[in-house]
Design a binder for this molecule. Structure first.
Ligand SMILES: C[S@@+](CC[C@H](N)C(=O)[O-])C[C@H]1O[C@@H](n2cnc3c(N)ncnc32)[C@H](O)[C@@H]1O
Length: 267
């Protein structure tokens, strides 16, 4: 059974749904942390958890899913290029064009945005890309900028050669011109003041909402509503179109998983 202290941390602070995670997974994560700290009993660990914010994050890190890859759900990046690249909706209309990746994992998503925009001829000086994640471990990966064959498999080989160098057997290092376009930030997007994201023309929040309990989904949708500029586009994950449309977003292109604010109304 998940203890009251654990439930409070998981659902209160991080918006996770203990029932969806499952008692077994939570207990396994707690046992791993208890052993790492050399604590004998569950009640000792609960007390530690209640009083130590860093320990709360360490436990949650063991329960979060950080899976990502470059150009994941390609159709969204095609949509982004079609709407912003070379002309149709001229990005210099918004100068700079502001993009944010919410729950950016190891940087694959915001770096994919940078590659897609540069490949479609957008001036790098005209874009600002922010990226936020709660996990220090994944942000260290993003800063290192080294990825596996599997992670870059969707990038056409000539594009890969332009923006990556071979780091070793099956490893690819992202080149500086792409890396310098993304600013990473550590933060819990469910906490009211941190991060202060500001308004963006493109928001990507993909495969994060699905892991949250209903009340936390509403908090996240409200943050996304405040973060997205009125004419901007929100890209979400495959199973997130319906929940987000129920929470007030309008569907712009279902195949591209692209959403908008309903006309004149903010969720
Ligand atoms: C499954 S990954 C998705 C990565 C990427 N968006 C994609 O679709 O490929 C979800 C990411 O959201 C992050 N995350 C979960 N809860 C968060 C929160 N409250 N604040 C910020 N990031 C969070 C996790 O650490 C994880 O890296």
């Amino acid at each position: 059974m998940t203890s009251a202290a654990m439930s409070l941390v998981l659902s209160g602070r991080y918006g996770l749904d203990p029932a969806q995670l499952g008692d077994w997974r939570i207990e396994y994560a707690a046992k791993t942390r208890r052993r790492a700290l050399g604590l004998d009993s569950s009640s000792e660990y609960d007390r530690k958890l209640e009083s130590d914010g860093n320990e709360q994050l360490r436990l949650v890190e063991l329960l979060l899913v950080h899976e990502s890859s470059f150009l994941r759900h390609k159709r969204s990046f095609e949509h982004l290029r079609e709407s912003l690249g070379n002309g149709r909706r001229n990005p210099t209309r918004h100068r700079p064009l502001r993009v944010v990746s919410v729950g950016c994992a190891g940087g694959e998503e915001p770096y994919s945005v940078a590659i897609s925009l540069l490949e479609s001829g957008v001036d790098p000086e005209a874009i600002r890309i922010n990226a936020v994640d709660i996990s220090p471990a994944v942000l260290r990966r993003a800063a290192a900028g080294v990825y596996s064959d599997r992670s870059v498999r969707e990038i056409p080989s000539e594009v890969r050669r332009r923006w990556f160098e071979i780091e070793g057997e099956g490893k690819w290092r992202l080149k500086e011109p792409i890396r310098r376009l993304v600013t990473f930030q550590l933060g819990n997007v469910l906490e009211p003041v941190d991060p202060r994201l500001g308004t963006h023309h493109v928001v990507l929040c993909r495969n994060l909402l699905i892991y949250l309990a209903p009340a936390a989904r509403e908090r996240l949708a409200s943050l996304l509503g405040r973060t997205l500029a009125p004419q901007g586009t929100l890209y979400c994950g495959q199973s997130e179109v319906l929940p987000l449309s129920r929470l007030g977003f309008a569907i712009e292109d279902r195949r591209a998983l692209a959403l908008r604010h309903p006309q004149g109304r903010r969720p």
